[in-house]
Design a protein around this ligand. Structure first.
Ligand code: GCV
Length: 719
């Protein structure tokens, strides 16, 4: 009787599963890569069930509770209809999820070396006497291990032979939210801020928990919840209480909260006459403020600070250095174990040097002058998250000062919410760049993981791309950027193909007919986008202010260094910014081996040509084309690439749920038309200077230049 009822339930479940690809709900996007889709193949289901039906989680911490909860969610997804109400309580476990200290001695003794190799947050998955063990030295490590186990199931790895040891290479792996207290998000394209300040602290939205789950599943262990263009109000009791409620919700998931600190907060909040970092009253103010914050949030991570940049107050206002500013806050946080993340994105229109040189000029002389709880946060390139930049010259140049990476996950300059571009490809390029700081092999990733200079703190941040959109990120594929960020933060040397493959399987399906072609698109998408936006090292040629769409004609206005013409310098003689000795000499900020790669116009990679050189339009390049021809061909190639992406996607119909398929279909149509827009607008504009026809094979623009220059859009999001 029981059996036939069970079979009946299974039949219903299978029927529902069969319907899934065609009748998916909006929820599919919300669940991110934690879909835990039903295991349809009966053999696979049986073999996973043999383990999953008997799990023991012996611990009793708050993190153990969320581990049990996650197993319940996953179990209900993988095995619909089964009862998981007492998951984790098996008396004859086939899966044991417990910290190393709690392991049965038979397993602990046999695996002593493995266990000893685990660092904080690390985990091991192994099999001993037919039982799967998930273990770690810490609660958070155990949660990460649980997600490791669930990933293995989602990507259909056999549990009977699991053998994984994972230790993070970077200590602090964080998201930076540029979220304002009024819930708008600077450079956010996925709706409003998920932090509902008005309802906090009393209401803890389920989305906060799901945010923490998603982050923990990829090893993100810190979050700075407010915009770096900071509002001092967040440091007042009303907001500290709200931030504390978020910190409480995130704690079991191993996530620490940071806040952005407005440098002149002592003046704005308490009427001090100065915010001078050397003023004793100011120092006292920050100490008291730090003490107060730790009363609300005992494990508060620290401050993230943007100072002396784009209108933000900072130590310059008092004739002090960036080290003076950072050390002021570091001193206040020190007794509590907090960190200061001080941004190197410092530049000014009043400094006459090339903007890309200013951060190095300012910070390099301060190397070794920062307190030991300061980390300097450096953007991947020396300008500002452009589609392609050379690595920032500060990497490798600050051996005495820990540096952390700042990537931008939100795509301010890469098509914002509607373009599909796999950012991991761009990040990988930077992470694997060789700074030659200590000879060959001194990669940026080794600067970040601390092995190059022996940093005492290591960290990496990504500017978050999430908001209140049903699927968190607006573009369904932008979820991959959040996911990949976490994976690369954990291991900056990780294989990005593996990351993409895991993400696709967990998010959509394990079907190789879908995974392989879509992964191919992901791997090529970055090169394609650069081709249709900023080929050959062009940069900062986007529209003014909202930064959406092309604007190579942007000139004049309040700040020269916010125009396009400052950077491309196109004229009838040629185009490009000369950063060699003959020009701004930004090249001198790199190691001699790097300079050597880039100083010669004939041998530099074409990817960086116009970043470092000014080149005549009829200069013949290594490809055999003139500069003008090469530029036009690359723009055309980018458009064709976008069309290929669209076609490849259209061929996926039926492999996944209709909703996400259709979402992607319409976004790809937008991407193709915007790729054409970039190509046509840029080529028409630059053609005024090259005065040459479009080469064969490059399509004629649909409109004249005036059309593109007059093109206006209102209320573009993100500003
Ligand atoms: C938060 C760019 C963006 C700004 C951003 C700034 C920064 O300039 O356009 O919106 O401000 O970078 O990183 O501080």
């Amino acid at each position: 009787m029981m059996n036939s009822y069970r079979n009946y339930l299974w039949a219903i479940c299978l029927f529902l599963v069969f319907q899934l690809p065609f009748k998916a709900s909006a929820n599919e996007g919300y669940k991110l890569w934690l879909q835990y889709a039903p295991i349809e193949d009966s053999k696979e289901r049986e073999s996973y069930w043999a383990f999953f039906s008997q799990i023991k989680v012996p611990g009793n911490s708050a993190t153990d509770a969320v581990i049990r909860k996650e197993l319940q969610i996953a179990g209900r997804g993988f095995f619909p209809g089964e009862d998981f109400s007492s998951v984790g309580a098996s008396t004859d476990p086939k899966i044991w999820i417990g910290k190393a200290a709690s392991l049965p001695s038979s397993a602990a003794d046999a695996m002593a070396n493995k266990l000893a190799s685990l660092t904080k947050d690390g985990y091991a998955l192994f099999v001993r006497d037919g039982r799967v063990y998930v273990t770690s030295q810490t609660d958070t490590g155990l949660l990460y291990g649980t997600f490791g186990l669930l990933k293995a199931m989602q990507t259909r790895q056999p549990l009977a032979s699991l053998d994984v040891t994972e230790n993070p290479k970077i200590q602090t792996r964080m998201l930076n939210h540029w979220d304002n207290l009024n819930r708008t998000v600077e450079r956010g394209y996925a709706g409003f801020s998920i932090w509902n300040w008005h309802r906090l602290p009393k209401h803890i939205d389920q989305q906060y928990i799901d945010y923490a789950r998603a982050n923990a599943s990829i090893g993100v262990n810190a979050t700075s919840i407010t915009n770096v263009n900071a509002n001092a109000l967040v440091l007042t009791p009303v907001y500290l209480e709200k931030a504390a409620a978020l910190a409480d919700a995130f704690r079991p998931y191993g996530i620490r909260v940071f806040l952005t600190a407005r440098f002149n907060a002592p003046m704005q909040l308490d009427g001090l006459e100065t915010a001078d970092p050397l003023d004793p009253a100011v120092q006292e103010w920050w100490k008291r403020k730090a003490d107060e914050i730790y009363q609300y949030i005992p494990d508060f991570g620290g401050f993230l600070v943007k100072a002396d940049s784009e209108g933000q107050p900072g130590p310059h206002n008092y004739g002090r250095t960036q080290a003076d500013g950072a050390n002021l806050l570091a001193e206040a946080l020190k007794p509590h174990g907090g960190l200061v993340m001080w941004r190197a994105f410092v530049y000014s229109e009043n400094t006459p040097t090339d903007r890309t040189k200013q951060a190095y000029d300012e910070f390099k002389p301060l190397d070794g002058k920062f307190k030991d709880n300061v980390i300097v946060q450096v953007k991947n390139g020396p300008l500002d998250f452009q589609p392609r930049e050379p690595f920032h010259p500060l990497f490798g140049a600050m051996p005495e000062t820990p540096l952390m990476m700042e990537f931008q996950i939100t795509k301010e300059y890469l098509g914002q919410d509607t373009h599909w571009v796999n950012l991991a490809s761009m990040w990988k390029e930077v992470l694997q760049a060789d700074t030659y700081a200590n000879g060959a092999g001194s990669t940026v990733s080794r600067v970040l993981d601390g092995t190059l200079h022996g940093y005492n703190h290591t960290a990496i941040a990504g500017v978050a791309n999430i908001g209140t959109d049903r699927n968190w990120t607006g573009h369904p594929m932008a979820q991959a950027d959040w996911y990949s960020f976490g994976r690369l933060a954990w291991n900056p040397d990780a294989d990005i193909q593996e990351i993409a493959k895991d993400w696709l399987k967990m998010t959509f399906t394990n079907n190789p007919s879908f995974v392989e072609p879509v992964m191919d698109v992901m791997m090529k998408s970055y090169g394609i986008l650069v081709d249709y936006m900023t080929p050959l090292g062009l940069h900062h040629i986007m529209a003014r202010s909202h930064h959406w769409g092309p604007g190579p004609w942007v000139t004049g206005g309040r700040r020269d260094d916010w125009t396009a013409t400052y950077y491309h310098r196109a004229s009838e003689d040629g185009i490009g910014f000369d950063r060699t000795e003959a020009g701004s000499n930004a090249l001198e900020q790199y190691a001699p081996e790097v300079r050597e790669q880039w100083r010669n116009l004939d041998t530099i990679s074409l990817d960086y040509l116009l970043w470092f050189h000014r080149v005549a339009w009829d200069k013949e390049l290594a490809t055999g084309n003139t500069l003008w021809e090469e530029m036009a061909i690359r723009y055309q190639r980018g458009v064709e690439g976008a069309r290929w992406m669209e076609q490849t996607w259209l061929a996926q119909e039926g492999h996944i749920d209709e909703e996400r398929f259709e979402h992607m279909r319409s976004f790809l149509a937008i991407q193709v038309s915007e790729a054409e827009w970039w190509r046509d607008a840029c080529l028409l504009y630059f053609q005024q200077f090259s005065r040459q026809p479009l080469p064969l094979g490059v399509e004629k623009p649909k409109h004249d230049l005036a059309y593109y220059q007059d093109f206006r859009r209102f209320f573009v999001p993100g500003i």
